[in-house]
Design a protein around this ligand. Structure first.
Ligand SMILES: *Cc1c(COP(=O)(O)O)cnc(C)c1O
Length: 409
């Protein structure tokens, strides 16, 4: 959905208009998350965007349309969410998909046989599976590299490289890739940069403003934020690309349904508040884990001795609630996973509930062992998504679970 970036001063119908009286560009992110699309529903005054649970729309006459024909193509609730996403991510257009993988599937269809993509080696396992199992056999080629290393990045680019796809910070090793540097390198040869921004959300990082062409989100995580809904997004600012992507969305059919669009819109309203708390809890837990005798190493972008700390601070405004760590002893893994009780052993992130994940057996099973190990995903790696609970309660829970590890020796 294209958003109105012109001067928004028009009070179109004597103050009844739900449009902003000022340009959305003048509003801070905290305000846009609450009032992202319109201030209210012009037809009824409803403050919450209505759920348009309709598959089809009546045409006024032959050759006429209300602008809505069939909900796979456009749905009013989804349209409001797309407008909100475009605004908070700093793009002109956003497309909402049924899941993050739905969004990534649409992205990869921009390319064809013979095209080469450079991709972060340390990334969401589902993205690896999609590219490697389903697109490589069709003649696509991929180089999986540590994109946080500029030398490796430069060496991986080929004349037929059409895109660079990065996750930064990466999942689960929290490596940080220089977005502006990547954009410069791939633009020089006419390709595009896509950034999966799921880990930081638009609240902490806006890759389009750093030179990226497409931002990808699993809205399932921080955006919706309550572990109750799945969604995915592509955000960008190119009219030509919009035409192609809309056609892919319409043809493939992984469009987000009205109820999940509404849940995601509702989640986004508290994004700013939640991200502040996720970050605070993430920092407290990262520091606590770093001091724990059973923990070998903690990966957290907010540590001053993180290898890319200054880069992180220059391109992001925060660190979210994501913390990974190596245990010293792999035998502690099953004990810890069954002993946490407030923190839930589950395979997701970014929600109000704190979750503990074992990437080797959960999010990263699709990645071949050699590649997984070279990225650092070994049998002692745990990933923690700090929720918004009281940090003291979370530490008490972790502490009690670690005590169980000690007992099994
Ligand atoms: C979860 C996730 C995805 C996939 O999103 P779904 O909504 O589960 O399809 C993609 N990228 C990252 C970084 C993720 O965490």
């Amino acid at each position: 959905m294209e958003i109105d970036t012109g001067p928004g001063a028009a009070v179109r119908d004597g103050g009844k208009s739900s449009a902003f009286r000022f340009s959305p560009g003048d509003l801070s992110l905290d305000t846009l998350t609450v009032h992202g699309s319109d201030l209210f529903d012009p037809a009824t005054g409803a403050i919450s965007v209505p759920i348009y649970q309709s598959s089809a729309y009546r045409h006024p006459g032959l050759g006429q349309s209300t602008g809505f024909d069939y909900s796979r193509v456009v749905n009013p609730t989804r349209e409001k969410l797309e407008k909100t996403m475009a605004r908070i991510e700093g793009g002109k257009y956003a497309l909402a998909f049924s899941t993050g993988m739905g969004a990534i599937s649409a992205f990869i269809k921009l390319f064809g046989p013979g095209d080469h993509l450079v991709v972060s080696e340390d990334l969401y396992g589902g993205t690896y599976r999609l590219f490697d199992e389903f697109y490589r056999p069709y003649g696509f080629s991929f180089s999986w590299i540590d994109t946080s290393d500029p030398a490796k990045l430069k060496a991986a680019l080929r004349p037929e490289t059409r895109a660079v796809f990065i996750e930064t910070p990466s999942n689960p090793m929290m490596k940080v890739t220089d977005i502006t540097l990547c954009a410069g390198l791939i633009h020089k040869q006419g390709g595009i940069l896509a950034v999966d921004n799921t880990f930081l959300s638009p609240y902490f990082q806006n890759p389009l403003s750093l030179g990226a062409d497409i931002v990808i989100h699993s809205g399932t995580k921080y955006l919706a934020g309550h572990n109750d809904s799945l969604s995915g997004f592509l955000v960008h600012s190119d009219p030509g690309l919009e035409e192609v992507l809309r056609n892919i969305q319409k043809s493939e059919g992984a469009s987000l349904g009205p109820f999940d669009s509404w849940l995601t819109l509702r989640g986004i309203k508290t994004l700013a508040l939640r991200m502040e708390r996720h970050e605070r809890n993430g920092r407290i837990l990262a520091e606590w884990l770093r001091r724990h005798e059973r923990v070998e190493k903690v990966f957290y972008t907010g540590f001053e001795d993180h290898p890319q700390y200054s880069l992180t601070c220059s391109q992001a405004r925060g660190h979210s609630g994501m913390v990974s760590f190596y245990l010293k002893d792999p035998r502690d893994v099953p004990v810890l996973l069954r002993s946490v009780s407030l923190i839930l052993f589950a395979e997701s992130l970014g929600g109000v509930e704190s979750l503990l994940t074992y990437p080797l057996a959960q999010t990263h099973t699709a990645i071949p062992e050699a590649m997984r190990l070279s990225a650092g995903v070994n049998d002692r790696l745990m990933r923690l998504s700090a929720g918004i609970e009281d940090a003291g309660d979370l530490i008490a829970d972790l502490s009690a679970a670690f005590e169980q590890c000690g007992k099994s020796e």
